[in-house]
Write a protein that binds this ligand. Structure first.
Ligand SMILES: N[C@@H](CCC(=O)N[C@@H](CS)C(=O)NCC(=O)O)C(=O)O
Length: 201
């Protein structure tokens, strides 16, 4: 049996989620190892001392420990659905930078910063950029899902989940439809399967 790449993962981590989405769509087989963030295995930390998930360790020893790089690597191996056509670096940077920052500050623990910045409103301003696209096309880069959608969606999912009723009441019909479709998709279901926490033997 040939050795598979090992993906160190945490089910609910949005970064790990997007890596699993790209790996799943690429069809590249990996051995997924679920970790507890509070008790990261020594083997994972030996491969990537910075201690974040996801981490992909290739059979030749190469280590990829940024989720977006794992996505690009997997799609570079095999991209049957043309996800790399939506390699929208600007949009992904807006998500990973400002949106993620607003999301974290809205989610834990306060919506309003000491300086009066309303992070929830700042997050919505970013979602309005997505809405502008999703009002015109089914997905962020056109009529089919691509890398940009998969890279951003897990973070929008988190933002929505903080206060679902409030989110559902926003005037963002495109974003709401897009998110609902992703969450109902077989692909998303497949990458959200529950796994036992990996234990070193
Ligand atoms: N830039 C990294 C960020 C990954 C990240 O921050 N993952 C979080 C979980 S969602 C993590 O592992 N945090 C370390 C910890 O909680 O101990 C990536 O894109 O892979």
């Amino acid at each position: 049996m040939t050795e598979l790449p090992v993906l160190w993962s945490f089910r609910r981590c949005p970064y790990a989620m997007r890596a699993r989405l790209a790996l799943a769509v690429s069809g590249v087989e990996v051995e997924t190892r679920e970790v507890k963030l509070r008790a990261k295995p020594a083997t994972m930390l030996a491969a990537s001392p910075k201690g974040t998930v996801p981490v992909l360790v290739l059979p030749d020893g190469r280590v990829i420990d940024e989720s977006i790089d794992i996505m690009r690597w997997a799609l570079g191996v095999n991209d049957p659905e043309g996800w790399l056509d939506g390699n929208d670096r600007e949009l992904i940077a807006m998500n990973d930078g400002p949106f993620k920052m607003h999301l974290d500050r809205y989610k834990y623990p306060e919506r309003l910063a000491a300086d009066g910045v309303d992070y929830r409103a700042a997050g919505v301003a970013v979602l309005e950029v997505l809405e502008d696209r999703l009002a015109r096309s089914a997905f962020l880069c056109g009529e089919r899902p691509t890398l940009a959608d998969a890279a951003v969606m897990p973070f929008v999912r988190q933002f929505a989940a903080v206060d679902r009723d409030w989110f559902d009441g926003l005037a963002l019909p495109g974003v709401q439809r897009w998110l609902a479709e992703w969450l109902a998709s077989e692909l998303f279901e497949a990458v959200m399967v529950r796994r036992e926490v990996w234990v070193e033997v």
